[in-house]
Design a protein around this ligand. Structure first.
Ligand code: DUC
Ligand code: ZN
Ligand code: ZN
Length: 481
């Protein structure tokens, strides 16, 4: 059996195993994993390199307007290229519904933005901002189209009330959708933000105290309780507090259908970064805000313990100029600065360097956190997220020894919040369905090479239903619900 390509003599790492072997690819899929493959038309010598599933970036904002109406600097071309240079072979940006917009129209809008542009295979998470009864009726169709996850906000003008949240969770739970949530208590943020601004505290650094850890902890606790009542799976995005992570850990230990992620900015940056001279701190405004070094240590502990299943970038690229951070002008307070920072290309090198090289996580944990867990949670296994016979040949080949100082990236941004950090371990070659996307610093794929990925519902095997007593017929006098 001839192969189109063989990756030879690399150290193969999956989420569970590490071994040296050759990988044979035909028609875009892995067809052989063997000691030696000698009949390939194209050979990549991976001696001294690590061969892993390509990263799956499961939280990023691409060609998306923010709540303030500001378009991200990255479109599907620059965003996917930057992701590929960072070791990813697939990404799942958000398709954000506008008020009054149907979900079908929302998806059409993002199909127009992604198709013919993305070098990576992609899917979307929907963002639900206007959950009218008609929109909720559309949700099962969206899941059937392979978009099986969506996000809601507990803060911002686009937040859902608890009653809306319950309705949404209930539909999602019954039809195989995974609800993701930005969990911060809106009124706590608003109250703190107003107090700070009224007191004349306007500089970017006040973004940190304006969003207390308590606001996240309270909202995560509430979201977990609402999901429990509605019997729906739940994913908490960008967990930034030990208290929030503890709530997730407890729910998971009790068999709850709850998953969560954190992001590099909460592991590698702190609130001190917001306190740069002039308006420089604006570069570090993201929400939830950066915390402190004690928080970083606690979050690492939860990454190690498996409380946090993913480390996602939350790439929300707004340039340090009038198109982005200062869209509302220069004479503004921290509440008017565009919210988000880039990181799609830095996520995996940071996690490898600070995680694997520094001994905080194993190589297999790295694969799980960067790819396999996303594929599992978001319904892409076994096609993506692992190296196995029959899987797409989405592969990242890393040089674990190359050391570089982080600088300019391939995104459409004018700053890198992680610039200056010394990083050991960089992806050298990334394949998408067996074709080279990037190799040795060169882009080899053309825009449009990526394909939409139809996803399955989250697999809830081993996560039994746990109805609250009031939903159990034996406890509720057989109530009709
Ligand atoms: N939440 C995100 O997930 N991204 C950008 C801003 C925000 O609040
Ligand atoms: Zn968010
Ligand atoms: Zn985000």
């Amino acid at each position: 059996m001839r192969h189109d390509m063989a990756i030879r003599s690399g150290l193969i790492a999956t989420a569970t195993e590490t071994f040296t072997a050759d990988i044979g690819i035909r028609d875009g899929r892995i067809v052989t994993i063997a000691e030696e493959i000698t009949d390939a038309d194209d050979v990549i010598d991976a001696t001294g390199r690590i061969v892993m599933p390509g990263g799956i970036e499961a939280h990023c904002h691409i060609a998306q307007e923010s709540g303030m109406g500001i378009m991200t600097s990255d479109d599907y071309e620059t965003g996917s290229i930057s992701a590929a240079f960072g070791g990813n072979s697939c990404f799942v940006p958000f398709a954000a519904q506008k008020t009054g917009q149907s979900l079908a129209d929302t998806i059409r809008t993002y199909d127009d933005r992604a198709t013919a542009k993305s070098v990576l295979d992609w899917s979307y998470h929907l963002i639900l901002t206007d959950p009218t009864p008609a929109v909720l009726e559309e949700l099962p169709d969206v899941f059937a189209r392979g978009i099986t996850s969506f996000k809601v906000f507990m803060t911002y003008a686009t937040r859902v009330s608890d009653a809306q949240f319950l309705d949404i969770l209930s539909v999602a739970g019954r039809h195989g959708g995974l609800t993701m949530v930005h969990a911060e208590n809106h009124d706590m943020l608003d109250w703190m933000g107003r107090r700070l601004v009224d007191g004349g505290n306007l500089a970017p650094r006040y973004h940190a105290p304006s969003r207390p850890a308590l606001a996240e902890e309270e909202a995560i606790n509430r979201a977990v309780s609402l999901a429990r009542l509605a019997e729906a799976p739940l994913f908490i995005v960008h967990v930034s507090t030990p208290g929030g992570a503890e709530i997730v850990a407890k729910a998971r230990a009790n068999g709850g259908r709850v998953w969560a992620e954190t992001c590099p900015q909460y592991l590698f940056l702190t609130r001190e970064d917001l306190d740069k001279p002039g308006m420089e701190g604006a570069k570090f405004i993201c929400s939830p805000p950066l915390r402190d070094t004690a928080t970083q240590e606690e979050l690492w502990r939860h990454v190690q313990a498996g409380t946090l299943s993913l480390v996602s970038s939350d790439h929300a690229p707004y340039r340090y100029d009038d198109t982005g951070k200062f869209n509302a002008g220069r004479d503004i307070n921290f509440r008017q600065i565009a919210n988000g920072m880039p990181g799609i290309e830095m996520r995996l090198p940071l996690l490898f360097s600070e995680g694997v090289v520094k001994g905080r996580i194993s190589l297999n944990d790295f694969v799980a956190l960067s790819s396999t867990n996303a594929a599992r949670i978001y319904g892409m296994l076994p096609t993506k997220g692992t190296l196995a016979i029959g899987a797409d040949a989405d592969i990242a080949i890393w040089d674990p020894n190359e050391t570089r100082i982080a600088g300019e990236m391939h995104d459409a941004m004018d700053y890198n919040p992680f610039a200056g950090m010394e990083i050991t371990g960089w992806p050298k070659t990334v394949l998408g369905r067996g074709k080279r996307i990037v190799e040795d610093g060169d882009l080899l794929a053309t825009p449009g090479a990526g394909q939409f990925v139809k996803r399955a519902p989250i697999d809830l095997t081993g996560k039994a239903r746990q109805p609250v007593p009031e939903l159990d017929p034996a406890h509720n006098f057989n109530a009709k619900l």
